[in-house]
Design a binder for this molecule. Structure first.
Ligand code: NCD
Ligand code: ZN
Length: 348
């Protein structure tokens, strides 16, 4: 039983977030910038961010949307396609524009149509990244329609990830938003060059929650939530303090109309209360003292960056998380656990 009333930790970073663009960017970025010092920004815009020019323009739009007086550093990523140019990618890394490359298997998730169709096609790029120490961030699900959606991550480990790590023994890789006990075990078997991000929602919900009393489209994301046993394995990994595991919200806003539809899209928007959600999960596991390593230390260690100097404080206090966020006149986004009681609150 954890009786802590408040906890102060170094300012955390979000190692996996979708900030979108335009009015949606304006509406959501402040939530991430309020809580986190830095964030790895996903490149799955339409069209995807594949060039240095696109990434630096996007970075400028993010900084403008954050506004003055808030210290927040967006770290940009390059969307890997079959046509990727190794020279552009390594130049972007050397110039400090790209922090990493993101691999989406083509068709695996939202805006992944331009993703990689066959790993052999991008081996030249991976070769260069291995040489220069540039991390590859992986959406780890196979797209084979014959594989059950709940097995796609476990099968990805066998078919794609393990062979890739063997072929590129020095490539730094992050297995993004892991959802299974198989992923936890695999990450542990690989040493420090393989990291893994874990979302708050995968620590808090299992697949039954998507169907609690009816179908709940706001709890649908990819990789989809798995059985309870997998959730517990993730919680154990996140609270272990082991350096491979670090925070990545995968906050992925979509309008309520896109979510509440006959074919609702994948993505959970957790940015407004991200740290509160993680604190809730860690407190439930009696492991709040491990929150700082997971949220603020292990990620910088993997990326070779200094930890943040400032701190944040969370206090134990029941409060009602806000409901819908307005993007424009007819667009609203509903955050994860909107309207529900949260037990921890970040104070400014
Ligand atoms: C993400 C999105 O909406 O961009 N959706 C999601 O369910 N996580 C894409 C992704 O990270 O898979
Ligand atoms: Zn994502």
């Amino acid at each position: 039983m954890n009786t802590l009333k408040s906890i102060t930790i170094r300012r955390p970073d979000d190692w996996h977030v979708h900030l979108r663009d335009g009015a949606m960017l304006d509406a959501v970025v402040g939530y991430t910038a309020r809580q986190f010092g830095r964030a790895i920004v996903m490149p799955n815009l339409a069209p995807p961010v594949t060039t240095i020019a696109q990434a630096s323009d996007y970075r400028r739009r993010i900084i403008t949307a954050v506004g003055k007086g808030i210290s927040f550093k967006p770290l940009m990523t390059c969307y890997l396609t079959d046509q990727a140019d190794p020279a552009e990618i390594s130049r972007g890394f050397q110039e400090g524009v790209f922090s990493a490359v993101k691999l989406y298997p083509a068709g695996a998730t939202t805006n992944s149509a331009s993703g990689v169709t066959n790993m052999a096609i991008v081996s030249g790029v991976l070769e260069v990244m291995q040489e220069i120490g540039m991390p590859l961030l992986v959406h780890g699900e196979v797209t084979d329609p014959d594989i059950d959606i709940f097995d796609r991550e476990a099968v990805f480990i066998e078919r794609v990830l393990a062979p890739m790590l063997t072929d590129f023994p020095a490539l730094k890789v992050v297995f993004e938003h892991i959802t299974t006990s198989q992923a936890v075990a695999f990450v542990r078997s690989q040493g420090p060059r393989l990291g893994a991000t874990i979302t708050a929602h995968h620590l808090l919900i299992d697949r039954n929650d998507m169907f609690r009393g009816g179908i709940r489209p706001h709890l649908y994301c990819l990789p989809v939530a798995k059985r309870q046993g997998h959730r517990l394995a993730l919680l154990e990994a996140a609270t272990s303090g082991e350096i491979n595991f670090f925070l990545g919200t995968d906050s992925a806003p979509h309008s309520t109309t896109a979510k509440e539809s006959a074919c609702g899209c994948a993505g959970i928007f957790s940015a407004p209360t991200a740290m509160e959600l993680y604190a809730h999960a860690f407190a439930q596991a009696g492991a709040l003292e491990k929150l700082e390593s997971f949220a603020s230390l292990n990620g910088p260690d993997f990326y070779g960056l200094p930890v943040n100097e400032e701190t944040i404080t969370l206090v134990r206090e029941d409060w009602n998380a806000s409901s819908g966020i307005s993007v424009d006149d007819d667009t609203e986004v509903l955050p994860f656990m909107a309207g529900e009681t949260l037990e921890w609150k970040m104070v400014d």
